[in-house]
Design a protein around this ligand. Structure first.
Ligand code: PMT
Length: 405
C-alpha cells in the first residue's frame, strides 16, 4: 500500500508516456498522491489535461512560471515528495541527469532532490545499447539512482529488443519496495573500505595492486541507499563517489587504518579494500637512481591488518565486521581460515585467479562464509553483490529503534 505516500512523477518524451496515465491510476488506487511534471517532449505524446485529470492535481511544466514558483517552487516540488519517479525516462532525460543539467523543470527538480530517485527507461534498442547511454546509466547507478526495467519485446519503432518501459504494475511494485524497504538502515552507521593501497618506494614509485574499487564503492552505495550513514575509506580509484557517501581518500595502509579508526563507532564495517600486505620498510626520500651499481634491495615490513584490528576493538567493535578474502586456490577453505584468524563475522570469498576478471571487472562470484556455514551466491554484477550484501546486513542488524533511548 502506498497510502499517503507522495510521488513526484516526471514524464519525459516517449511513446510509452501513454503507460504513465495507467501508472497514475494504479498509484492513486493505492492511496498515493501523485504530482506530475511533464517535459516539452512528453506533451507530444499525452496531454496535460489527461495527466491532470488522472492525478487530480495540476501539471507542472514550466521552470519559469511565476505563479508555480510562488505557489510551490521547483525545490519544494522534489523535496515534498517521498520518491521521485521518471517514467518514461528517455535517453535524453537520462543523459541530462547524468550530466547534472538543470535546463528545464524536470531536470531541475531531479537535481534538487534529496529523495530516492527511480527511473523507468524506455527507448529504441540501439539507443539503449549505445555506449553513451550505458555510460550515463552507470553514472546514475553509481549515484544510487534506482532503475526498473526496461524489458524486452516489441518496440514502438517496429524493432524487437531491450528498451520497453516496465509495465505500470512493475513500477508500482518497485516503488513499494523502495518506500517500504529501502530505508532499513536509517539510523545506522557503516564503514566501507575500497580500492588498493599504494606503498611508496620513493617519491615517484610505489607497490600496489589491480583493485579498481568497483566492489567496495558499490557496497558503500548500496548501504547508503538503505539509509546508512556511510563512510567510504578508499585508496586511489577512478570510481565516482556514490551519492550520500562520505569519502575519505587515502593512499597507504597506515593512512587507511587511521581513517577507519577515526570513523568509529559504526554498526557495520565492510572491508573490501585490497590492502597491500607489505610496505617498504623505509621509503627513499629522493628518487632512487640507476647509478651503474647493483639494483637496490627493497626491504619490506608488514602492514597492519586493518580488518583484524577493527574486529578486535574492545570498546567500539562494530556489531558486524565483514571482510573479503581474495583467493586463487581453495577459495572457501582459505576464507574459513581467514574468518577465524581475523576475528570477523562474515567473509565474502572471491576467486581472483587470472582470467576471472574479479579484479577490475564488473562481475563477481561470492561465497559468504560465516561460522554457521557457507552460502554460494551465483555470478552477479558487483552492484548486485552489493545490494544482496546490504540487504543481508539490514536483516542481520534489524531495524533501529524508532526512539533511541
Ligand atoms: O576493487 P575491485 O576491482 O572491484 O575488486 C574487488 C576485490 C577483488 C578487491 C574485492 O572483492 C576483494 O576481494 N577485496 C579484498 C582484497 C584482499 O586484500 O583480500 P585478502 O584476502 O588479501 O584480505 C582479506 C581481508 O583482510 C580483506 O577484507 C582485506 O581488506 C583485509 N586486509 C588485508 C590486509 C591488510 N593489511 N589489512 C586488511 O584489512
Amino acid at each position: 500500500m502506498l497510502r499517503d505516500r507522495r510521488i513526484l512523477l516526471i514524464i519525459s518524451g516517449g511513446i510509452a508516456a501513454y503507460k504513465s496515465l495507467d501508472l497514475i491510476r494504479r498509484l492513486r488506487e493505492r492511496g498515493a498522491a501523485v504530482r506530475c511534471i511533464m517535459t516539452v517532449a512528453a506533451k507530444h505524446f499525452v496531454t496535460p489535461l489527461s495527466v491532470a485529470s488522472l492525478s487530480e492535481d495540476k501539471v507542472y511544466d514550466d521552470l519559469w512560471s511565476l505563479t508555480d514558483e510562488s505557489e510551490i517552487g521547483h525545490i519544494r516540488l522534489s523535496r515534498e515528495a517521498d520518491l521521485v519517479l521518471a517514467a518514461p525516462a528517455s535517453a535524453d532525460l537520462i543523459a541530462r541527469m547524468a550530466a547534472g543539467l538543470a535546463d528545464d523543470l524536470a531536470t531541475t527538480a531531479l537535481l534538487a532532490s534529496d529523495k530516492p530517485i527511480l527511473i523507468a527507461p524506455t527507448m529504441n534498442l540501439m539507443m539503449w545499447a549505445h555506449p553513451a547511454t550505458q555510460s550515463n546509466l552507470a553514472t546514475l547507478d553509481a549515484r544510487g539512482v534506482m532503475r526498473v526495467g526496461p524489458g524486452s519485446g516489441d518496440l514502438a519503432c517496429g524493432e524487437v529488443g531491450s528498451g520497453r518501459m516496465a509495465e505500470p504494475l512493475e513500477i508500482v511494485a518497485a516503488i513499494e519496495q523502495v518506500l517500504t524497504g529501502a530505508k532499513r538502515l536509517v539510523g545506522r552507521r557503516a564503514l566501507v573500505t575500497s580500492g588498493p593501497t599504494r606503498e611508496p618506494i620513493d617519491p615517484v614509485r610505489y607497490i600496489s595492486n589491480h583493485s579498481s574499487g568497483k566492489q567496495g564503492h558499490a557496497i558503500a552505495a548500496a548501504l547508503a541507499t538503505l539509509g546508512a550513514e556511510t563512510v567510504l575509506v578508499s585508496g586511489p580509484t577512478q570510481e565516482p563517489t556514490p551519492a550520500g557517501v562520505k569519502l575519505v581518500a587515502v593512499e597507504t595502509a597506515a593512512e587507511m587504518l587511521a581513517a577507519c579508526e577515526a570513523a568509529l563507532p559504526v554498526d557495520v564495517a565492510v572491508m573490501a579494500a585490497a590492502v597491500a600486505d607489505w610496505r617498504i620498510e623505509t621509503a627513499a626520500l629522493h628518487k632512487l637512481k640507476k647509478d651503474g651499481g647493483r639494483p637496490p634491495v627493497l626491504r619490506l615490513a608488514e602492514n597492519p591488518d586493518i580488518l583484524s584490528r577493527i574486529a578486535q576493538r574492545s570498546n567500539d567493535r562494530p556489531t558486524l565486521v565483514i571482510g573479503f578474502a581474495a583467493e586463487t586456490n581453495e577459495v572457501v577453505e582459505n576464507a574459513r581460515i581467514k574468518l577465524g584468524r581475523k576475528h570477523c563475522d562474515w567473509i565474502l570469498a572471491n576467486d581472483v585467479s587470472l582470467g576471472t576478471g574479479t579484479f577490475g571487472g564488473d562481475r563477481n562470484t561470492i561465497h559468504l562464509v560465516e561460522a554457521a556455514g557457507v552460502e554460494d551466491w551465483p555470478v552477479m554484477t558487483k552492484r548486485e553483490v552489493a545490494a544482496r550484501l546490504a540487504d543481508r546486513i539490514a536483516g542481520s542488524l534489524g531495524y533501529p529503534p524508532l526512539h533511541p533511548p
